[in-house]
Write a protein that binds this ligand. Sequence first.
Ligand SMILES: Nc1ncnc2c1ncn2[C@@H]1O[C@H](COP(=O)(O)OP(=O)(O)OP(=O)(O)O)[C@@H](O)[C@H]1O
Ligand SMILES: [Mg+2]
Length: 249
Amino acid sequence: MHNDTPIITIRGLKAQYGEKVVLQDINADIYAGQVTVILGSSGCGKTTLLKNMLRLHEPVGGSVKFWGTELLTLDEIEFNNMLKKVGMLFQNGALLNSISVMDNIAIPLEQHTKLSRRIIEKMIRVKLNLVGLSHAIHLLPSELSGGMKKRAGLARAMIMDPHILFCDEPSAGLDPLTSASLDELILDLKSQLNMTIVMVTHELASIHRVADRVLFLDKGRLLFQGTLSDARAARIPEIDTFFEVGKFE
Ligand SMILES: Nc1ncnc2c1ncn2[C@@H]1O[C@H](COP(=O)(O)OP(=O)(O)OP(=O)(O)O)[C@@H](O)[C@H]1O
Ligand SMILES: [Mg+2]
């Protein structure tokens, strides 16, 4: 199913906001070429885990290794080099409202490369085509629907052709069809581009469609990691409740 060396290892990770501890003693592995889904109820720390894995919020303790390299002690240049290999789709899309879809997607290329504007525009068109948004290149974020914002955010997250793509709730708030087509896109990225994907979602349909492996968080701790069927077989009350309640949502 996967080779045995994880692409990301997290050990003893602790995260807090001020005095408030939000994650503790997180030990988890992410494997290359898989979709790993982070699960858990609202407020349990899923977004915090993603942000701490990428040092968008600095962990207060523990270790995060990407390809065996400790992320938390890298200097700024090394860290920026590492960041070029990962993409992140934020929970709310995080597009800048005052500039067009094209200019939003151009940001990582302008930050990390010296490519000409003409090449940048070509690359953006390729990615927008991939997410089915070619027609929206000159629109402002305020002119996009919720699903279109997610797609634009995804195009931006993919613009550097990342090896690892982090997505926070890509299908939340979307209708089932749009949500399913986003899942298809994620599966295409995995199978055609061999991308490793780490995704937060609590949509059961999505989890069943895409997850190779799940990390289940509860009250800031990792309760389980493994395949979905092992998660269901583990008979952990919090996990059973999550799946039972989710069925009726
Ligand atoms: N910037 C912040 N400052 C202080 N507390 C925060 C901050 N961001 C998150 N928290 C707190 O950390 C906890 C975990 O939040 P987080 O956003 O990681 O949850 P989540 O699992 O992603 O939830 P959801 O499913 O609603 O997105 C919550 O109690 C939240 O109130
Ligand atoms: Mg969240």
